[in-house]
Design a protein around this ligand. Structure first.
Ligand SMILES: Nc1ncnc2c1ncn2[C@@H]1O[C@H](COP(=O)(O)OP(=O)(O)OP(=O)(O)O)[C@@H](O)[C@H]1O
Ligand SMILES: [Mg+2]
Length: 335
């Protein structure tokens, strides 16, 4: 079967202080046509770098190995012109900080229509009409006036909606959304994601959705990939993940999330701090924080295995019975 996006054994090294450091390790994940896959995990786990790799937007001197294929075609030998075309037509990213990625000296209308006029040969008037309609759909009033304004005249929340509209306008087959609502007011975050998801679904676009928020990921995704220290440690459906997490890190993340309808005196925290890939010890990257650690966890890196439709990277996944709710026991182990 041809996947829309197939990331296969992707590893990425970036330069810090003139030395290469590993930031992604052996990452494999697929996204199908019109599917939403979320990437979740703590800060530094590699979520943004995974999405950026797909568009070849790594920091300077970044090195990728492994394979990324779109619609069955490998992207790894693309020229910079091919990548540009790919980003303008097939896959587009919604960045976390709209002010950093929208040119401040261009009017909103020019920003929105540039790709349509240049890459689709669309008439400018028609492109502006489409942009105005889409701005209204993402919740911006008085869209025609907004098109004539400059980015500094819009609030952060409005600019983020403009960014979302700009990506929907080019009708890519794949949207990469990197924490697209963190610039927004908490009360409007869910609304904006719902609008994005609606417009995406109508157009049958797929999405790789990055978030810290497991509840949000569960509400909008078909599958969730959990990242830790540059690895994907579990891939599952939201229902399976919540009822039967297979990786101790997933279970800990689920237990430490605040629940709207439950009062818990204190949420359990995951002891220790999150690691980046280059800090991970040999063997399982989660071993120092894992309550179920055994000798083999320090000896060899667990390979991804398929259990009940989920993919998990843990030596003990098939024998542990983990729980996902705050206040519950830390899990049982059948030894
Ligand atoms: N420009 C850069 N140069 C070198 N290393 C970087 C750069 N940007 C990120 N990194 C490193 O790459 C690793 C993965 O970072 P990434 O930004 O993908 O994490 P993330 O999961 O998106 O985290 P967050 O939730 O904080 O956005 C981290 O160790 C980070 O320090
Ligand atoms: Mg990030």
């Amino acid at each position: 079967m041809t996947h829309l996006l197939e990331i296969d054994h992707l590893s990425v090294d970036l330069v810090t202080h003139r030395r290469y450091h590993k930031v992604l390790q052996d990452v494999s994940v697929t996204v199908e046509k019109a599917e939403v896959v979320s990437l979740v995990g703590e800060s530094g786990s590699g979520k943004s770098m995974t999405a950026r790799s797909v568009l070849n937007l790594l920091p300077a001197q970044g090195k990728m190995s492994g394979n990324i294929a779109f619609d069955g075609q490998s992207l790894m030998d693309s020229t910079s012109k091919d990548w540009q075309k790919f980003r303008a037509t097939k896959a587009a990213m919604i960045f976390q900080d709209p002010r950093a990625s929208i040119n401040p000296v261009h009017r909103i209308g020019d920003f929105l229509t540039e790709a349509l006029v240049h890459n689709r040969d669309m008439d400018r008037h028609e492109a502006l009409e489409r942009a105005a309609t889409l701005l209204e759909q993402v919740g911006i009033d008085d869209a025609r006036r907004r098109l004539r304004q400059y980015p500094h005249e819009l609030s952060g929340g409005m600019l983020q909606r403009v960014m979302i509209a700009s990506v929907l306008l080019i009708e890519p087959q794949l949207i990469l959304a990197d924490e697209p609502t963190t610039a927004l007011d908490v009360t409007t975050q869910a609304d904006v994601i719902a609008i994005l998801d609606d417009l995406r679904a109508q157009r049958e676009m797929a999405m790789l959705f990055i978030t810290h928020d497991l509840e949000l990921a569960a509400a909008f995704s078909d599958r969730i990939a959990v990242m830790y220290a540059g690895y994907i440690v579990e891939v599952s459906t939201p229902a399976q993940l919540h009822t039967r997490p297979l990786h101790p890190y997933t279970a800990a993340l689920l237990r430490s999330r605040p629940m709207l309808h439950e009062r818990t005196a204190r949420l359990p925290q995951i002891s220790g701090r999150p690691l980046s890939a280059f800090e991970a010890p040999p063997g399982c990257p989660f071993q120092d924080r894992c309550p179920y650690v055994q000798a083999q966890c320090g000896e060899s890196l667990p390979q991804p295995q398929l259990i009940g439709g989920s993919i998990v990277r843990c030596h003990r996944a098939s024998e542990l019975e983990l729980v996902s709710t705050a206040g519950a026991e830390g899990g049982q182990s059948h030894e």
